[in-house]
Design a protein around this ligand. Structure first.
Ligand code: FAD
Length: 420
Protein backbone atom coordinates (compact mmCIF):
# COMPACT_ATOMS: atom_id res chain seq x y z
CA UNK A 1 0.00 0.00 0.00
CA UNK A 2 1.80 3.17 -1.15
CA UNK A 3 -0.44 5.68 0.67
CA UNK A 4 0.08 5.42 4.46
CA UNK A 5 -2.93 7.59 5.41
CA UNK A 6 -5.25 5.52 3.24
CA UNK A 7 -3.75 2.35 4.64
CA UNK A 8 -4.48 3.55 8.19
CA UNK A 9 -8.11 4.26 7.28
CA UNK A 10 -8.57 0.91 5.61
CA UNK A 11 -7.11 -0.72 8.71
CA UNK A 12 -9.86 0.99 10.72
CA UNK A 13 -7.57 3.53 12.40
CA UNK A 14 -8.83 7.04 13.07
CA UNK A 15 -8.33 9.89 10.66
CA UNK A 16 -5.75 12.59 11.37
CA UNK A 17 -8.39 15.27 11.78
CA UNK A 18 -12.08 15.90 11.14
CA UNK A 19 -11.76 18.83 8.72
CA UNK A 20 -8.71 19.72 6.64
CA UNK A 21 -8.55 23.32 5.46
CA UNK A 22 -6.13 24.14 2.64
CA UNK A 23 -5.31 27.87 2.82
CA UNK A 24 -4.57 29.94 5.87
CA UNK A 25 -5.17 33.38 4.29
CA UNK A 26 -8.31 35.08 5.65
CA UNK A 27 -11.26 32.77 5.05
CA UNK A 28 -9.36 29.61 6.07
CA UNK A 29 -8.55 30.85 9.61
CA UNK A 30 -12.07 32.30 10.02
CA UNK A 31 -13.59 28.93 9.11
CA UNK A 32 -11.16 27.05 11.38
CA UNK A 33 -12.13 29.26 14.33
CA UNK A 34 -15.88 28.98 13.67
CA UNK A 35 -15.62 25.19 13.46
CA UNK A 36 -13.25 24.72 16.41
CA UNK A 37 -15.47 26.86 18.64
CA UNK A 38 -18.38 24.58 17.69
CA UNK A 39 -16.41 21.52 18.83
CA UNK A 40 -14.75 20.26 15.62
CA UNK A 41 -11.11 19.18 15.21
CA UNK A 42 -9.51 21.14 12.39
CA UNK A 43 -6.13 21.25 10.61
CA UNK A 44 -5.13 24.32 8.55
CA UNK A 45 -2.35 24.01 5.95
CA UNK A 46 -0.74 27.01 4.27
CA UNK A 47 2.09 27.12 1.76
CA UNK A 48 3.56 30.29 3.23
CA UNK A 49 5.57 30.48 6.45
CA UNK A 50 3.72 32.14 9.32
CA UNK A 51 6.36 34.89 9.61
CA UNK A 52 5.56 36.04 6.04
CA UNK A 53 1.82 36.07 6.69
CA UNK A 54 2.23 38.00 9.94
CA UNK A 55 4.61 40.54 8.38
CA UNK A 56 3.08 44.03 8.67
CA UNK A 57 4.03 44.84 5.06
CA UNK A 58 2.67 41.61 3.56
CA UNK A 59 -0.44 42.93 1.74
CA UNK A 60 -1.36 46.58 1.24
CA UNK A 61 -5.09 45.98 1.15
CA UNK A 62 -7.62 47.21 3.65
CA UNK A 63 -11.05 45.64 3.76
CA UNK A 64 -14.49 47.19 3.93
CA UNK A 65 -16.07 44.66 6.28
CA UNK A 66 -19.85 44.76 6.27
CA UNK A 67 -21.63 44.89 9.63
CA UNK A 68 -22.64 41.22 9.23
CA UNK A 69 -18.96 40.26 8.75
CA UNK A 70 -18.02 42.21 11.87
CA UNK A 71 -20.65 40.21 13.80
CA UNK A 72 -19.12 36.97 12.56
CA UNK A 73 -15.63 38.10 13.59
CA UNK A 74 -16.99 39.01 17.03
CA UNK A 75 -18.66 35.60 17.35
CA UNK A 76 -15.38 33.76 16.60
CA UNK A 77 -13.29 35.85 19.02
CA UNK A 78 -11.41 37.92 16.44
CA UNK A 79 -13.11 41.30 16.55
CA UNK A 80 -11.77 42.26 19.98
CA UNK A 81 -8.27 41.84 18.52
CA UNK A 82 -8.82 44.35 15.67
CA UNK A 83 -11.45 46.72 17.08
CA UNK A 84 -8.85 49.34 18.10
CA UNK A 85 -7.66 49.52 14.47
CA UNK A 86 -11.12 49.63 12.85
CA UNK A 87 -12.75 52.69 11.32
CA UNK A 88 -16.59 52.68 11.24
CA UNK A 89 -18.12 53.41 7.82
CA UNK A 90 -20.85 55.92 8.59
CA UNK A 91 -21.74 57.13 5.10
CA UNK A 92 -21.17 56.07 1.50
CA UNK A 93 -21.14 58.54 -1.39
CA UNK A 94 -21.25 57.24 -4.96
CA UNK A 95 -20.55 59.67 -7.82
CA UNK A 96 -20.05 59.50 -11.57
CA UNK A 97 -16.82 61.36 -12.33
CA UNK A 98 -14.20 62.34 -14.87
CA UNK A 99 -10.53 62.98 -14.07
CA UNK A 100 -10.07 66.72 -13.75
CA UNK A 101 -13.78 67.47 -14.30
CA UNK A 102 -14.92 66.90 -10.73
CA UNK A 103 -17.87 64.75 -9.73
CA UNK A 104 -21.17 64.89 -11.62
CA UNK A 105 -24.14 66.55 -9.85
CA UNK A 106 -25.88 63.15 -9.77
CA UNK A 107 -24.87 60.98 -6.86
CA UNK A 108 -26.10 58.49 -4.28
CA UNK A 109 -25.63 59.18 -0.60
CA UNK A 110 -26.24 56.48 1.99
CA UNK A 111 -26.20 57.21 5.70
CA UNK A 112 -26.01 54.55 8.42
CA UNK A 113 -28.75 56.36 10.36
CA UNK A 114 -31.24 54.95 7.79
CA UNK A 115 -30.95 51.59 9.60
CA UNK A 116 -31.13 50.87 13.32
CA UNK A 117 -28.25 48.37 13.57
CA UNK A 118 -25.28 50.77 13.58
CA UNK A 119 -22.46 51.60 11.10
CA UNK A 120 -22.75 49.93 7.68
CA UNK A 121 -19.38 48.34 8.26
CA UNK A 122 -15.77 48.91 9.27
CA UNK A 123 -12.49 49.44 7.44
CA UNK A 124 -9.68 47.23 8.73
CA UNK A 125 -6.18 46.97 7.29
CA UNK A 126 -5.04 43.55 6.09
CA UNK A 127 -2.04 43.50 8.45
CA UNK A 128 -4.27 43.78 11.54
CA UNK A 129 -6.97 41.38 10.37
CA UNK A 130 -4.56 38.68 9.18
CA UNK A 131 -2.51 38.77 12.37
CA UNK A 132 -5.63 38.71 14.57
CA UNK A 133 -6.92 35.62 12.76
CA UNK A 134 -3.56 33.83 13.03
CA UNK A 135 -3.15 34.74 16.72
CA UNK A 136 -6.69 33.57 17.52
CA UNK A 137 -5.92 30.21 15.86
CA UNK A 138 -2.72 29.91 17.94
CA UNK A 139 -4.85 30.19 21.07
CA UNK A 140 -7.29 27.41 20.10
CA UNK A 141 -6.27 23.86 21.11
CA UNK A 142 -8.60 22.15 18.59
CA UNK A 143 -6.77 23.77 15.64
CA UNK A 144 -3.58 22.18 14.28
CA UNK A 145 -1.54 24.35 11.94
CA UNK A 146 0.92 23.34 9.25
CA UNK A 147 2.83 26.29 7.80
CA UNK A 148 5.25 26.50 4.87
CA UNK A 149 3.89 23.31 3.25
CA UNK A 150 1.92 23.02 -0.02
CA UNK A 151 -0.75 20.47 -0.76
CA UNK A 152 0.30 18.80 -4.01
CA UNK A 153 -2.22 15.94 -4.30
CA UNK A 154 -5.58 14.83 -2.92
CA UNK A 155 -7.59 11.64 -3.07
CA UNK A 156 -11.12 10.86 -1.94
CA UNK A 157 -12.61 7.51 -1.05
CA UNK A 158 -16.09 6.66 0.27
CA UNK A 159 -14.81 7.00 3.82
CA UNK A 160 -12.26 9.81 3.79
CA UNK A 161 -10.28 12.42 1.93
CA UNK A 162 -6.49 12.43 1.98
CA UNK A 163 -4.00 15.11 0.96
CA UNK A 164 -0.30 14.81 0.21
CA UNK A 165 2.05 17.64 1.17
CA UNK A 166 5.21 18.68 -0.67
CA UNK A 167 7.38 16.87 1.92
CA UNK A 168 5.64 13.60 1.02
CA UNK A 169 3.59 13.37 4.22
CA UNK A 170 -0.15 12.66 4.08
CA UNK A 171 -3.15 13.68 6.17
CA UNK A 172 -6.67 12.25 6.18
CA UNK A 173 -10.00 13.77 7.21
CA UNK A 174 -13.77 13.50 6.81
CA UNK A 175 -13.87 16.67 4.75
CA UNK A 176 -11.41 18.79 2.74
CA UNK A 177 -12.18 22.52 2.44
CA UNK A 178 -10.41 24.58 -0.23
CA UNK A 179 -9.74 28.11 1.04
CA UNK A 180 -6.78 28.36 -1.30
CA UNK A 181 -7.72 31.45 -3.26
CA UNK A 182 -8.55 32.34 -6.87
CA UNK A 183 -6.37 29.66 -8.44
CA UNK A 184 -7.57 26.96 -6.04
CA UNK A 185 -5.64 23.73 -6.53
CA UNK A 186 -8.21 21.99 -4.30
CA UNK A 187 -10.91 22.80 -6.88
CA UNK A 188 -8.69 21.79 -9.81
CA UNK A 189 -7.68 18.48 -8.25
CA UNK A 190 -11.35 17.75 -7.48
CA UNK A 191 -12.18 18.25 -11.18
CA UNK A 192 -14.18 21.45 -10.58
CA UNK A 193 -13.97 23.81 -13.56
CA UNK A 194 -13.94 27.61 -13.36
CA UNK A 195 -15.73 30.25 -15.43
CA UNK A 196 -14.73 33.89 -15.75
CA UNK A 197 -12.74 36.48 -17.61
CA UNK A 198 -10.06 39.10 -17.28
CA UNK A 199 -11.36 42.66 -16.82
CA UNK A 200 -8.35 44.22 -18.55
CA UNK A 201 -8.15 46.40 -15.43
CA UNK A 202 -5.60 46.53 -12.63
CA UNK A 203 -6.24 47.93 -9.16
CA UNK A 204 -3.65 50.40 -7.90
CA UNK A 205 -3.79 50.18 -4.12
CA UNK A 206 -2.22 52.44 -1.52
CA UNK A 207 -2.95 54.33 1.69
CA UNK A 208 -2.83 58.11 1.84
CA UNK A 209 -2.70 60.74 4.55
CA UNK A 210 -4.78 63.87 4.08
CA UNK A 211 -5.10 67.22 5.82
CA UNK A 212 -8.88 67.21 6.37
CA UNK A 213 -10.90 64.58 8.31
CA UNK A 214 -12.95 62.04 6.31
CA UNK A 215 -15.79 61.86 8.89
CA UNK A 216 -16.12 58.10 8.28
CA UNK A 217 -17.37 58.63 4.71
CA UNK A 218 -16.47 56.08 2.00
CA UNK A 219 -16.39 57.49 -1.55
CA UNK A 220 -16.77 55.62 -4.80
CA UNK A 221 -16.05 57.68 -7.95
CA UNK A 222 -16.98 55.93 -11.17
CA UNK A 223 -14.41 56.93 -13.79
CA UNK A 224 -14.50 55.69 -17.41
CA UNK A 225 -11.39 53.45 -17.03
CA UNK A 226 -12.62 51.99 -13.72
CA UNK A 227 -13.86 52.90 -10.22
CA UNK A 228 -11.82 54.84 -7.66
CA UNK A 229 -12.67 53.99 -4.04
CA UNK A 230 -11.52 56.25 -1.18
CA UNK A 231 -12.15 54.35 2.03
CA UNK A 232 -11.71 55.85 5.52
CA UNK A 233 -9.03 54.47 7.84
CA UNK A 234 -8.45 55.55 11.46
CA UNK A 235 -7.12 59.11 11.77
CA UNK A 236 -6.66 61.31 8.72
CA UNK A 237 -5.86 58.35 6.48
CA UNK A 238 -7.72 56.61 3.65
CA UNK A 239 -7.24 53.46 1.63
CA UNK A 240 -7.29 53.91 -2.15
CA UNK A 241 -8.44 51.22 -4.58
CA UNK A 242 -7.99 52.81 -7.99
CA UNK A 243 -8.89 50.69 -11.03
CA UNK A 244 -7.34 51.62 -14.37
CA UNK A 245 -6.90 49.88 -17.73
CA UNK A 246 -3.97 47.52 -17.25
CA UNK A 247 -1.48 49.31 -19.55
CA UNK A 248 -2.23 52.69 -17.94
CA UNK A 249 -2.00 51.15 -14.45
CA UNK A 250 1.47 49.80 -15.30
CA UNK A 251 2.57 53.26 -16.44
CA UNK A 252 1.22 54.93 -13.29
CA UNK A 253 2.74 52.28 -11.03
CA UNK A 254 6.14 52.83 -12.67
CA UNK A 255 6.11 56.55 -11.75
CA UNK A 256 7.95 57.76 -8.67
CA UNK A 257 5.84 58.74 -5.64
CA UNK A 258 5.53 62.37 -6.74
CA UNK A 259 4.40 61.35 -10.23
CA UNK A 260 1.94 58.83 -8.79
CA UNK A 261 0.36 61.46 -6.55
CA UNK A 262 0.24 63.91 -9.47
CA UNK A 263 -1.75 61.30 -11.44
CA UNK A 264 -4.05 60.58 -8.50
CA UNK A 265 -4.85 64.20 -7.56
CA UNK A 266 -7.07 65.16 -10.53
CA UNK A 267 -9.09 61.96 -10.06
CA UNK A 268 -9.28 62.44 -6.34
CA UNK A 269 -10.09 66.14 -6.14
CA UNK A 270 -9.22 68.36 -3.19
CA UNK A 271 -12.09 67.64 -0.78
CA UNK A 272 -9.67 66.10 1.77
CA UNK A 273 -7.04 68.84 1.40
CA UNK A 274 -3.45 68.00 0.57
CA UNK A 275 -2.66 64.27 0.15
CA UNK A 276 0.52 62.26 0.81
CA UNK A 277 1.38 58.57 0.37
CA UNK A 278 1.39 56.56 3.61
CA UNK A 279 3.32 53.36 2.98
CA UNK A 280 3.88 51.16 -0.06
CA UNK A 281 1.96 51.00 -3.33
CA UNK A 282 0.50 47.76 -4.70
CA UNK A 283 -1.11 46.44 -7.88
CA UNK A 284 -3.70 43.68 -8.28
CA UNK A 285 -4.78 42.44 -11.73
CA UNK A 286 -8.59 42.17 -11.77
CA UNK A 287 -10.45 39.16 -13.04
CA UNK A 288 -13.61 37.21 -12.42
CA UNK A 289 -13.22 33.53 -11.58
CA UNK A 290 -16.13 31.46 -10.29
CA UNK A 291 -16.09 27.72 -9.61
CA UNK A 292 -18.84 25.91 -11.55
CA UNK A 293 -19.59 23.91 -8.38
CA UNK A 294 -18.76 24.76 -4.76
CA UNK A 295 -18.60 21.07 -3.77
CA UNK A 296 -17.26 17.69 -4.92
CA UNK A 297 -16.88 14.32 -3.17
CA UNK A 298 -15.85 15.19 0.43
CA UNK A 299 -14.68 18.62 -0.81
CA UNK A 300 -16.14 22.12 -0.28
CA UNK A 301 -14.85 25.47 -1.57
CA UNK A 302 -14.94 28.70 0.43
CA UNK A 303 -13.99 32.33 -0.32
CA UNK A 304 -12.00 33.25 -3.41
CA UNK A 305 -11.52 29.54 -4.16
CA UNK A 306 -15.27 29.51 -4.91
CA UNK A 307 -15.67 33.06 -6.29
CA UNK A 308 -13.06 35.73 -7.04
CA UNK A 309 -14.86 38.92 -8.05
CA UNK A 310 -14.21 42.57 -9.00
CA UNK A 311 -13.48 44.73 -5.91
CA UNK A 312 -15.92 47.39 -7.19
CA UNK A 313 -18.26 47.03 -4.22
CA UNK A 314 -15.68 45.69 -1.72
CA UNK A 315 -17.66 42.46 -1.38
CA UNK A 316 -15.09 39.67 -1.98
CA UNK A 317 -14.11 38.95 1.59
CA UNK A 318 -17.63 39.63 2.85
CA UNK A 319 -18.95 36.96 0.46
CA UNK A 320 -16.21 34.60 1.66
CA UNK A 321 -17.14 35.15 5.29
CA UNK A 322 -20.77 34.35 4.40
CA UNK A 323 -19.51 31.02 3.02
CA UNK A 324 -17.60 30.51 6.27
CA UNK A 325 -20.69 31.14 8.41
CA UNK A 326 -22.96 29.02 6.19
CA UNK A 327 -20.54 26.05 5.99
CA UNK A 328 -19.77 26.12 9.74
CA UNK A 329 -23.50 26.14 10.51
CA UNK A 330 -24.31 23.36 8.01
CA UNK A 331 -21.52 21.09 9.29
CA UNK A 332 -22.26 21.72 12.95
CA UNK A 333 -25.96 20.94 12.57
CA UNK A 334 -25.10 17.81 10.57
CA UNK A 335 -22.66 16.59 13.23
CA UNK A 336 -25.26 17.16 15.97
CA UNK A 337 -27.74 15.04 14.01
CA UNK A 338 -25.12 12.28 13.72
CA UNK A 339 -24.64 12.74 9.96
CA UNK A 340 -21.33 12.20 8.17
CA UNK A 341 -20.11 15.80 7.63
CA UNK A 342 -18.42 14.87 4.34
CA UNK A 343 -21.50 13.19 2.87
CA UNK A 344 -23.03 14.55 -0.33
CA UNK A 345 -26.44 15.56 1.15
CA UNK A 346 -24.70 17.70 3.79
CA UNK A 347 -22.46 19.42 1.23
CA UNK A 348 -25.47 19.92 -1.07
CA UNK A 349 -27.14 21.96 1.67
CA UNK A 350 -24.08 24.24 1.84
CA UNK A 351 -24.00 24.64 -1.93
CA UNK A 352 -27.72 25.44 -2.13
CA UNK A 353 -27.35 28.05 0.58
CA UNK A 354 -24.49 29.86 -1.09
CA UNK A 355 -24.81 29.36 -4.88
CA UNK A 356 -27.73 31.69 -5.63
CA UNK A 357 -26.52 34.48 -3.35
CA UNK A 358 -23.05 34.30 -4.89
CA UNK A 359 -24.32 34.18 -8.47
CA UNK A 360 -26.40 37.32 -7.81
CA UNK A 361 -23.47 39.17 -6.24
CA UNK A 362 -21.02 38.18 -8.98
CA UNK A 363 -23.51 39.26 -11.67
CA UNK A 364 -24.15 42.57 -9.87
CA UNK A 365 -20.44 43.46 -9.43
CA UNK A 366 -19.77 42.52 -13.05
CA UNK A 367 -22.73 44.54 -14.36
CA UNK A 368 -21.81 47.58 -12.25
CA UNK A 369 -18.28 47.52 -13.59
CA UNK A 370 -19.51 47.30 -17.20
CA UNK A 371 -22.15 49.99 -16.71
CA UNK A 372 -19.80 52.49 -15.08
CA UNK A 373 -16.35 51.76 -16.57
CA UNK A 374 -17.02 53.48 -19.88
CA UNK A 375 -17.61 56.90 -21.36
CA UNK A 376 -20.67 56.17 -23.47
CA UNK A 377 -22.75 59.39 -23.24
CA UNK A 378 -26.09 57.56 -23.38
CA UNK A 379 -25.09 55.19 -20.59
CA UNK A 380 -23.75 58.13 -18.63
CA UNK A 381 -27.10 59.95 -18.81
CA UNK A 382 -28.97 56.76 -17.90
CA UNK A 383 -26.82 55.88 -14.92
CA UNK A 384 -26.79 59.47 -13.64
CA UNK A 385 -30.58 59.59 -13.77
CA UNK A 386 -30.73 56.17 -12.10
CA UNK A 387 -28.48 57.36 -9.28
CA UNK A 388 -30.53 60.51 -8.85
CA UNK A 389 -33.71 58.41 -8.69
CA UNK A 390 -32.38 55.94 -6.10
CA UNK A 391 -31.06 58.80 -4.03
CA UNK A 392 -34.48 60.49 -4.02
CA UNK A 393 -36.44 57.46 -2.75
CA UNK A 394 -35.94 56.71 0.97
CA UNK A 395 -37.11 53.07 0.72
CA UNK A 396 -34.57 52.38 -2.05
CA UNK A 397 -31.81 54.13 -0.10
CA UNK A 398 -32.61 52.03 2.95
CA UNK A 399 -32.46 48.84 0.87
CA UNK A 400 -28.99 49.85 -0.38
CA UNK A 401 -27.80 50.60 3.17
CA UNK A 402 -29.02 47.16 4.38
CA UNK A 403 -27.29 45.55 1.39
CA UNK A 404 -24.01 47.39 2.13
CA UNK A 405 -24.25 46.27 5.77
CA UNK A 406 -24.67 42.67 4.60
CA UNK A 407 -28.00 42.32 6.39
CA UNK A 408 -30.10 41.02 3.47
CA UNK A 409 -30.84 37.44 2.37
CA UNK A 410 -30.76 34.21 4.35
CA UNK A 411 -28.18 35.21 6.98
CA UNK A 412 -26.33 32.43 8.82
CA UNK A 413 -26.55 32.49 12.62
CA UNK A 414 -22.98 33.77 13.16
CA UNK A 415 -23.79 36.79 10.98
CA UNK A 416 -26.86 37.53 13.08
CA UNK A 417 -24.59 37.59 16.14
CA UNK A 418 -25.86 34.22 17.41
CA UNK A 419 -23.65 31.28 18.42
CA UNK A 420 -23.79 27.97 16.51
C1 FAD B 1 -7.66 45.38 -4.68
C2 FAD B 1 -8.59 44.56 -3.87
C3 FAD B 1 -9.37 45.15 -2.88
C4 FAD B 1 -10.26 44.38 -2.12
N1 FAD B 1 -11.04 45.00 -1.19
C5 FAD B 1 -11.97 44.27 -0.51
C6 FAD B 1 -12.85 44.90 0.43
O1 FAD B 1 -12.81 46.11 0.67
N2 FAD B 1 -13.77 44.13 1.09
C7 FAD B 1 -13.88 42.79 0.83
O2 FAD B 1 -14.77 42.14 1.40
N3 FAD B 1 -13.03 42.15 -0.05
C8 FAD B 1 -12.09 42.86 -0.72
N4 FAD B 1 -11.25 42.24 -1.60
C9 FAD B 1 -11.33 40.77 -1.76
C10 FAD B 1 -10.48 40.03 -0.71
O3 FAD B 1 -9.17 40.52 -0.75
C11 FAD B 1 -10.49 38.52 -0.99
O4 FAD B 1 -11.81 38.08 -1.14
C12 FAD B 1 -9.81 37.75 0.14
O5 FAD B 1 -8.49 38.17 0.34
C13 FAD B 1 -9.81 36.24 -0.16
O6 FAD B 1 -9.30 35.53 0.94
P1 FAD B 1 -9.12 33.93 0.87
O7 FAD B 1 -8.72 33.54 2.26
O8 FAD B 1 -10.31 33.29 0.25
O9 FAD B 1 -7.92 33.69 -0.16
P2 FAD B 1 -6.40 34.14 -0.11
O10 FAD B 1 -6.23 35.36 0.74
O11 FAD B 1 -5.96 34.20 -1.54
O12 FAD B 1 -5.64 32.96 0.65
C14 FAD B 1 -5.33 31.74 0.03
C15 FAD B 1 -4.25 31.04 0.86
O13 FAD B 1 -4.11 29.71 0.36
C16 FAD B 1 -2.75 29.35 0.41
N5 FAD B 1 -2.54 28.25 -0.58
C17 FAD B 1 -2.81 28.31 -1.91
N6 FAD B 1 -2.51 27.11 -2.48
C18 FAD B 1 -2.06 26.31 -1.49
C19 FAD B 1 -1.60 24.96 -1.45
N7 FAD B 1 -1.55 24.19 -2.54
N8 FAD B 1 -1.19 24.43 -0.26
C20 FAD B 1 -1.24 25.19 0.88
N9 FAD B 1 -1.68 26.47 0.89
C21 FAD B 1 -2.08 27.03 -0.28
C22 FAD B 1 -2.01 30.64 0.07
O14 FAD B 1 -0.68 30.61 0.57
C23 FAD B 1 -2.88 31.69 0.75
O15 FAD B 1 -2.42 32.03 2.04
C24 FAD B 1 -10.36 42.99 -2.36
C25 FAD B 1 -9.56 42.38 -3.36
C26 FAD B 1 -8.69 43.15 -4.11
C27 FAD B 1 -7.84 42.49 -5.19
Amino acid sequence: MDNPARARILQGMTKDTEILIVGGGLNGPALALALARAGHRVTVIDAMPETTRKDAGFDGRAYALALASQRLLAAIGVWSRVADHAQPILEIKVTDGHAGAGPSPFFMHFHHAEIEEGPMGFMVEDRFLRRALLDAMDDHPAITRINGRSVIAQETTDAATTVTLDDGSTLSADLLVGCDGRTSGTARRAGIRRAGWDYGQTALVCAIEHDKPHHGIAHQFFMPPGPLAILPLPGNQSSIVWSERTAMAARIHALDDAGYLAALRPRFGDFLGNIRLAGKRWTYPLNLTVATSFIADRVALVGDAAHGMHPIAGQGLNAGLRDVAALAETLTLAARRGEDIGAAPVLDRYQQWRRFDTATLVAATDAFNRLFSNDNPLLRVGRDLGMGLINAIPALRRTFVREAAGLTGDLPRLMRGRPL
